[in-house]
Design a protein around this ligand. Structure first.
Ligand SMILES: Cc1cc2nc3c(=O)[nH]c(=O)nc-3n(C[C@H](O)[C@H](O)[C@H](O)COP(=O)(O)OP(=O)(O)OC[C@H]3O[C@@H](n4cnc5c(N)ncnc54)[C@H](O)[C@@H]3O)c2cc1C
Ligand SMILES: NC(=O)c1ccc[n+]([C@@H]2O[C@H](COP(=O)([O-])OP(=O)(O)OC[C@H]3O[C@@H](n4cnc5c(N)ncnc54)[C@H](O)[C@@H]3O)[C@@H](O)[C@H]2O)c1
Length: 471
């Protein structure tokens, strides 16, 4: 295994459990990006704002919220959650799981062959008997804007590990990372300008983007969509970003969150006839086409850059490696034990903005593009009894996308406080291809926001009854 992020750890766990001697090579911290610089610290920075908003939205509790968010206390809690960037507990876990750890930078020297260079220069050669899994994650993409690199902008790593709140922050990129970190720093007291080349949260339902934009603006964030930065320079204390229309944005700090690409540089991929600098293509067992030993799992293959989905790929790949090594059959039919079929049609994601956005499967427009005959069901979550109790002036929206030919759910998006906790039901309905008729028997508890499921079903009409509504 090259890379001991969440994904590498999970591949290794499965290959050890499958009876294979397993070595994991790591050049930084065991646990990878998610634990120290991505998911965990970013959510730690976001959670206090969400907690305060939750209390402020409930009369009686609101009166108890009298102060401001304490940024230094937030950073201290973030440091606790990221174990002060110590990987001791993860190394202990590797030990317990029977996975050997080799610290250093891995590089291919030929098929199945690697050198690992430690920080003190010691070089170790490794030859894999069965397989090598590349689990090296991804790196941020810096847009090719003249002067931007010279500004030494923050990457998401800097933003999630900072211990100061810049007075003014310009965030470049309107994707998930840009929207989340703009929310986090606005909550911590920065005056934030969010600059997005297109809209916000591209690829999600349009209402998600609209609600997040409204709330960012209500918090004082200046949101500039369909805006390009064409030049950057520093003037005294400030970075100056020149926009496509000639306008300027001044900020103490610039955060670049404009996407990521598989970490394949300086890995010796050329020795294998592969191209470096981009993601590594794989089949559904995460094996590189044309090879019987090389796998690429997690962010590095570019299929879905999410921790939980990478770990899902890892379980399939690790078991496939072990099965192939033992000459056991590989179940690579769709939804088989050794494939990551859900990557194509049922990827759950929670975006921890205000409101939170939880999505899985196809959006209405993606379903249409896929040629499905669909019915789209929209519901204002504030109409639910559960929402009335949950928060005063509850704001939330949900959409279901139904495949009319198969009579199943193919996509769902929820926007509202804590809706991430509603998501798994939708994921199960999609992956399980639960028929709409059967869903009538999955009764949502009263009074919870889950009752949106009943409202969706009512809009479709009871099966076989005269109240069945027309398509
Ligand atoms: C700001 C931010 C927030 C995010 N929030 C979420 C979230 O809330 N939920 C979610 O699901 N996803 C989130 N993600 C995505 C998530 O972080 C990634 O999908 C996940 O970390 C990928 O895991 P990985 O194991 O593939 O890669 P990584 O965690 O990057 O692990 C790769 C490891 O390989 C090592 N490595 C690389 N090259 C070599 C080499 N040549 N030799 C030795 N070691 C090497 C690296 O040091 C690293 O430890 C977020 C991403 C960002 C940027
Ligand atoms: N909660 C979560 O699940 C979570 C949170 C953060 C990040 N992530 C994952 O991490 C990965 C990286 O996140 P990300 O937001 O950086 O990537 P992204 O690809 O989701 O978004 C990048 C955004 O930057 C824009 N962009 C690209 N070039 C630009 C330019 N020159 N100027 C202005 N805008 C430009 C793109 O149009 C896009 O909207 C994603 O795959 C995401 O899923 C997940």
């Amino acid at each position: 295994m090259i890379g001991a992020g969440a994904v590498g750890e999970n591949v290794a766990d499965r290959t050890v459990q499958g009876g294979l001697e397993t070595v994991i090579v790591e050049e930084e911290l065991v646990g990878g990006e998610c634990s120290y610089w991505a998911c965990m610290p970013s959510k730690a920075l976001l959670r206090p704002g969400a907690a305060v908003r939750a209390a402020q939205a409930v009369g009686g509790a609101a009166e108890a919220v009298t102060g401001e968010i304490d940024a230094q206390a937030v950073f201290r809690r973030r440091d606790r959650i990221t174990h002060d960037r110590s990987d001791d507990s993860q190394v202990e876990w590797l030990d317990g799981a029977g996975i050997a750890l080799l610290r250093g930078h891995a590089r291919f020297t030929g098929p199945r062959r690697l050198t690992v260079t430690a920080s003190d220069g010691t070089v170790t050669e490794l030859v894999a008997r069965h397989a090598v899994a590349v689990c090296t994650g991804s790196v941020p993409v810096l847009p090719d804007v003249p002067g931007l690199a010279e500004l030494e902008p923050w990457t998401t790593r800097d933003a999630t590990s900072a211990s100061e709140v810049p007075a003014t922050l310009a965030v470049l990129g309107g994707g998930v990372a840009g929207c989340e970190l703009a929310t986090a720093y606005a909550n911590l007291g920065s005056r934030v300008t969010l600059i997005a080349r297109h809209g916000l949260l591209g690829g999600m339902e349009p209402f998600a983007s609209e609600l997040v934009r409204e709330s960012l603006e209500a918090t004082g964030v200046r949101v500039m969509t369909d805006t390009d930065v064409v030049q950057a320079h520093r003037a005294e204390q400030n970075a100056v970003l020149t926009l496509g229309d000639g306008g300027r944005v001044l900020a103490e700090r610039v955060l670049v969150a404009t996407g990521r690409v598989g970490r394949t540089h300086d890995l010796g991929l050329e020795e294998l006839g592969l191209v470096a600098g981009t993601g590594i293509d794989v089949d559904d067992t995460m094996r590189v086409p044309g090879s019987d030993w090389l796998y690429a799992v997690g962010d590095v293959n570019g299929r879905v850059k999410l921790t939980h989905q990478g770990k899902y790929q890892a379980r399939a790949a690790g078991d496939a490696i072990a099965a192939r090594a033992a000459g056991r059959p590989v179940d690579d039919a769709p939804w088989g034990a050794h494939v990551a079929t859900a990557d194509h049609s049922a990827v759950p994601q929670v975006t921890f903005t205000d409101p939170e956005i939880a999505s899985v499967g196809l959006t209405a427009s993606a379903a249409e593009q896929a040629g499905l005959r669909t019915r789209v069901l929209d519901y204002d979550l504030s109409w639910l009894a559960g929402a009335t109790v949950y928060a005063d002036d509850y704001r939330g929206q949900a959409r279901a996308v139904i495949d009319l030919d198969r009579n199943v759910l193919v996509g769902a998006t929820f926007a509202g406080p804590d809706v991430g906790e509603l998501l798994q039901a939708a994921t199960i309905a999609i992956v399980g291809e639960v028929s709409i008729d059967r869903l009538w028997h999955a009764v949502p508890a009263y009074p919870t926001v889950n009752e949106v499921w009943l409202r969706w079903l009512e809009a479709l009409g009871r099966p076989g009854s005269q109240t069945e509504s027309p398509e």
